[in-house]
Design a protein around this ligand. Sequence first.
Ligand code: FAD
Length: 397
Amino acid sequence: MNLDLNPTDEAFRKEVRAFIAGAMPKQLKGKSRREYEGKSDFLAWHKALYEKGWVAPSWPKEYGGTGWTSTQKYIFSEECAAADTPMTLPFGLAMVGPVIYTFGNEEQKKEHLPKILSGERWWCQGYSEPGSGSDLASLKTTAVREGDHYIVNGQKTWTTLAQYADWIFCLVRTDAKAKQQEGISFLLIDMKTPGVTVRPIITMDGAHEVNEVFLDNVKVPVKNLIGKENEGWTYAKFLLGHERAGIAGVARSKRGVERLKKLAGAEQDGAGKKLIDDPLFARHICELEIDLLSLEFTELRTLARESKGGHGPEASILKIKGTDIQQRLTELTMEAIAYYGNPYQPFAHDKMTNEYVPGPDYSHGASQNYFLTRRTSIYGGSNEIQRNIIAKMVLGL
Ligand SMILES: Cc1cc2nc3c(=O)[nH]c(=O)nc-3n(C[C@H](O)[C@H](O)[C@H](O)COP(=O)(O)OP(=O)(O)OC[C@H]3O[C@@H](n4cnc5c(N)ncnc54)[C@H](O)[C@@H]3O)c2cc1C
């Protein structure tokens, strides 16, 4: 694959770089996602991109996409990573949006797509349930048809940022007698409907990002059903392909490797030499870079295929390798900063803090990041499950 950029692409890169420099929300500079203060922080970058018409590069142009080539999309994600821009949330743009424009009817497209693009309607993902995570098809939330409504009862869990969500897309069981996968439907539910309750799950770092969502006799209009009743599993898998491909995070990991190299150049190896000159540590960085380069090429191939019609089960490869690299990056960072990785410093980036923050700037927040990144091999379907998918669907074992 030829990665040399032609003059048009080079000009595009300059345009993107200039836009980011001018549009990056000031209040988010240097802040990690854990330090965001409410909905407006999460949406600030989304809104800047929306105003420019760049919020959904992977959507078809007719629904509000940019019409960029694969190379332009690649350049855009590289430039965003290089400038450390915030990430846009995936639930509307990368998950339910593509489901709606692919399988939804005209009314649903008109109702939801513009609001996803503008950020006016925040979505959350109602897939997992207690006891139905990896074995998602065993889900028990029911939707019983009564006239032109469904009555929905059940519980969802690990629902990320549901506390801010306006709508939730849910997998529900509409036929209890059918084979597991064949009795599932895909429903869009307004979170303001009576009977929807969100309860926070506070994680061990004290953060509130995930939730339980209880659905108690929730009345949902039949017009909120995507596609056909009992065919929700097909749409669910399509969505998961998008979710998994998006988790790979190649451009951001490349930036992480650069940071790690700088850090290893500043730290010592315990014998008075630079850590980066330690053969074992240098080898770990090289291995990481080689894996990242391979992943980058795999992602580029996937991007090229995506433009011809969605992700296949190969998206699982991106998810496994991408999250493996993200975790190894945080492990090497912890190794490099040694004792400075020990203190828990949730306030480290707070410029107003009076607390003493030990260690150089680059060590601040490293341990939180290490622990936070453990989740990446679980969410979006655990990496063990992705290996099963590859064995079955890609290798035909
Ligand atoms: C931070 C975070 C955010 C999340 N956000 C959302 C969200 O917004 N919406 C949503 O719907 N879900 C969300 N999830 C849920 C996530 O998709 C599930 O946690 C995941 O699918 C695993 O399911 P589980 O937690 O029930 O674990 P289990 O399914 O109980 O698995 C436990 C362990 O057993 C292994 N295992 C299970 N079955 C097999 C098998 N057949 N072969 C090999 N190994 C197996 C798993 O890999 C795992 O290590 C989130 C999870 C996390 C951690």
